[in-house]
Design a protein around this ligand. Structure first.
Ligand SMILES: Cc1cc2nc3c(=O)[nH]c(=O)nc-3n(C[C@H](O)[C@H](O)[C@H](O)COP(=O)(O)OP(=O)(O)OC[C@H]3O[C@@H](n4cnc5c(N)ncnc54)[C@H](O)[C@@H]3O)c2cc1C
Length: 228
């Protein structure tokens, strides 16, 4: 069973418009798989928050990054996020986890299609960073949807990874994901697994479209960012 571990905030930076990345020290012995999430807790809220002092956050950094764990979120004005924005570097923070099964397939002969809605990019970023560094020969197509280019966190890093990893391709788009975009991604491969991450509305929309396209449920995995 996972336990609560102490950590310290070591960095904070804007990774897109109104989108913050917070990095914390990685406790010794804390191991996780790319795609998993943690519960992040601030010892004391600087602003009131009816939902309390913790949130679930996917890990955006790679398991190969031994020094830090990074998470990223949209600024919403909630007391928890305002607190994370204001806490001085060096502040204590707690993590519990890792949790979840939204991880890469064991068999890398399966091509995967990642569909990210906005900040839903975080678990995919961890997976893509990991795969790129390990030279794992798994074909990955990423469909990355945002409201606008300003909101597209980590897009430059992802595009530069495409230049080095010929197994990775990215379709970056703005607006609502439609059947045409999904259909285009299915060309060239047939036994791929779909991974979807993002706000509940987006997950529902993409699952519906895949259903209408006749994709079997057994080939769909999703991580719903409840709370958005
Ligand atoms: C497995 C999993 C992984 C997740 N991974 C991530 C991740 O990587 N990144 C991420 O960002 N989220 C992630 N989430 C969602 C996350 O846990 C939060 O629910 C989400 O970020 C919303 O939190 P919040 O504090 O912004 O809003 P909440 O306080 O939960 O409220 C929901 C909404 O209410 C509004 N609101 C709340 N308080 C105020 C206020 N004081 N003033 C104005 N408006 C307000 C905001 O619009 C806010 O978006 C994940 C969830 C799950 C289940």
């Amino acid at each position: 069973m996972s336990k609560t571990q102490n950590s310290v905030i070591i960095n904070r930076k804007e990774v897109a418009s109104d989108t913050l990345e917070v990095s914390i020290t990685r406790p010794s012995g804390f191991s996780f798989q790319a795609g998993q999430y943690i519960q992040l807790r601030v010892p004391e809220l600087l602003h009131p928050d009816p939902k309390g002092a913790s949130r679930l956050m996917s890990i955006a950094s790679s398991p190969l990054d031994k020094d830090r764990i990074s998470i990223a979120f949209r600024n919403s004005g909630s007391g928890f996020k305002k607190t994370l924005q204001e806490l001085p570097i060096g502040s204590d923070i707690e993590i519990e986890g890792p949790h979840g099964y939204f991880t890469l397939p064991r068999d890398s002969s399966h091509a995967v299609i990642f569909v990210a809605g906005g900040i839903g990019i975080t678990p995919f970023l961890s997976m893509i960073r990991f795969v790129a560094k390990q030279n794992i020969p798994i074909p990955i197509k990423l469909i990355y949807a945002n409201r606008s280019k300003n909101n597209a966190a980590y897009l430059n890093e992802l595009n530069s990874l495409v230049n080095h990893d010929h197994n990775l391709s990215i379709t970056s788009m703005y607006g609502i994901i439609d059947e045409q975009v999904l259909d285009k991604a299915t060309k060239e491969s047939s036994n791929h697994i779909w991974y979807i991450a993002g706000p509940p509305g987006m997950i529902g929309n993409v699952r519906n479209l895949l259903f209408l396209m006749g994709v079997d449920d057994s080939r769909i995995r999703f991580e719903e960012f409840e709370g958005y």
